[in-house]
Design a protein around this ligand. Sequence first.
Ligand SMILES: [Zn+2]
Length: 264
Amino acid sequence: MVDTHVHLSMKDFDEDREEIVNHFDEDGIEFVVEVGYNMESSKRAVEFALSHSQIYSAIGVHPHDVKTLHGDWISMLRMLSKNKKVVAIGEIGLDYYRDLSPRAIQKESFEKQLELAENLNLPVIFHIRDAYLDAREIIKKHDVRGVVHSFNGTLEDAKDFLSMGFYIGVGGIATYKKSDTLRQIISEIPIDRLLIETDSPYLFPRMPKRHVPQENPISRNVRGHRNEPKYVRFVAELLSVLFAMPFEEIEKITTQNARDLFDV
Ligand SMILES: [Zn+2]
């Protein structure tokens, strides 16, 4: 499997980061995409990828963080992108749910980063929350490909993004008890347009009952629990149920989808 969205450079993993990466083969992980969300984390993502064969990196500034930008940050991103293990620009987008940066600044920085992706011919990783319409208006003006990470919109949103050629990212949210509508939407998306992800350390998935460890029972929906790339398996299992396909087939297809998008 490919976990297409992780933040292993975060301090949450300071104790066991290397151990987690060393277990990738055992856990069925071919590679992960370490995603930046500001200038600092983008640099860390690149360094992390350069020193680990199964890590690739995405660089970009999250809508929450764009208000802190200063100087010629776009040139700095462009320079960073020259590293051969940078496979995408992200995560970038609009977040009107938390509105941690003024919307005008969110839009302006989003557009600048889309232009960068277009110029570099790199795919994009979108973070869009409660802003699918505005995001679409901006994206339409650019010739880019990419993935809507942790998709949580309507069927119409999904169809629009699919028609523009984008992949849809499925993660922990789709496993939650209350996500029946989202699961219904996902089941209507062609399987060759889906990517799986964890967003580690966030969005710990609700695990199927049989996976709850007996000796150390963690609740099936402790959202605060630290997520890890190996739990991307539970997202793949969900797809296996939704699409009535063998787990191995889901692994194969979503891995190929990730390889196609990120050209790995
Ligand atoms: Zn993320």
